[in-house]
Design a protein around this ligand. Structure first.
Ligand code: R5P
Length: 301
């Protein structure tokens, strides 16, 4: 029998305090189920409404690209500075400590390597394995205008059905490949298609002209992909512009792990995204951390 001795008889029901109805903090996500919202709240900081997602999934079609040759050596030390890690299940299981606190965004499409037609992807992950791995989201590439456009959109919609069933978010990634353009007109089209077909979050590239219209016409949170490696100050300016123009954060890879000082760079990106630090100040912060590291290395610490 349960121990009921000592149970208090006086109770307080706060009859004069109305129950709170809290709106969920992410754009377009108010009607999602609790589990989905909770997973999104692990990817996006409820305090800033933004995310620094570290993308390291490039190996799924590129193999060991520069900076990702040894994820255990180069990437694991960066994880504490990221809100979320975007990666394949192979790297997650083999290399990432299960004690990590990051939200996990699992690459869920694949097939062709850089030697073949990249848009010919299929779903490459069962939603049950995503749940088994405690993933907050699964990511699927969408090739609007690409040779296998319809197939890639079908991959997205199948994953959205599965994700809704299990409460796992779906990140639609707009691919540009070699031939597709990156202007606002194209990005508006691609992002909106992902969101209309059910993606809970959309990832896209920054464009210098009209990015704010891409963000405004996408009804769910938009995160900015980093793209090819830029000088650090330029990458920080791009992240800052994207967030100022409506992005809910970044999903950056090469501009972090190919930086001269990846640990300093990811922290500088965090300052821009979460604290709204101006890119020039974030760059000073990056330089300071980088120089401190140099001194530590020279001192053999
Ligand atoms: C590419 O298809 C992968 O999904 C990457 O996650 C994506 O390109 C972001 O990485 P990066 O910032 O290096 O472009």
């Amino acid at each position: 029998m349960a121990d009921i001795e000592g149970t208090h008889e006086t109770k307080e029901f706060y009859l004069d305090v109305p129950a709170k109805n809290r709106a969920f903090f992410l754009k377009g996500s108010g009607a999602l189920d609790w589990g989905l919202q909770n997973r999104l709240a692990r990817i996006f900081s409820p305090a800033s409404g933004k995310t620094v997602m570290l993308a390291i999934d490039h190996g799924y079609f590129q193999g060991p690209t520069t900076g990702l040759e040894r994820v255990d050596v180069n990437i694991v030390p960066l994880a504490p500075y990221a809100d979320a890690l975007m990666l394949t299940r192979g790297i997650l299981r083999s290399t990432i400590p299960s004690s990590c606190r990051n939200a996990i965004v699992l690459r869920a499409s694949g097939g062709p390597s850089i030697l073949k037609e990249l848009s010919n992807e299929q779903i490459a992950l069962d939603i049950e394995d995503a749940v088994r791995l405690n993933a907050c989201a699964v990511a699927v590439q969408v090739f609007v205008g690409g040779e296998f456009e319809t197939q890639s959109i079908h991959n997205l919609t199948r994953l959205v059905d599965a994700g809704n069933r299990y409460g796992v978010a779906v990140l639609g990634v707009t691919a540009v490949g070699k031939t597709l353009t990156r202007d606002a007109k194209y990005l508006r089209l691609a992002c909106r298609i992902c969101a209309e077909l059910g993606a809970h979050v959309v990832k896209t590239y920054f464009c210098p002209e009209g990015f704010e219209t891409v963000a405004a016409s996408c009804p769910v949170p938009l995160v900015m992909a980093g793209g090819k490696k830029l000088p650090e100050l330029d990458a920080l300016k791009m992240a800052s512009n994207a967030v100022e123009q409506g992005a809910s954060g970044v999903d950056m890879g090469r501009n972090i792990f190919q930086s001269d000082a990846p640990t300093a760079m990811i922290q500088a990106v965090g300052k821009v995204v979460h604290e709204g630090l101006k890119p020039e100040h974030a760059y000073d912060f990056y330089q300071t951390l980088k120089n401190e590291k140099k001194v530590e290395t020279l001192a053999g610490r």
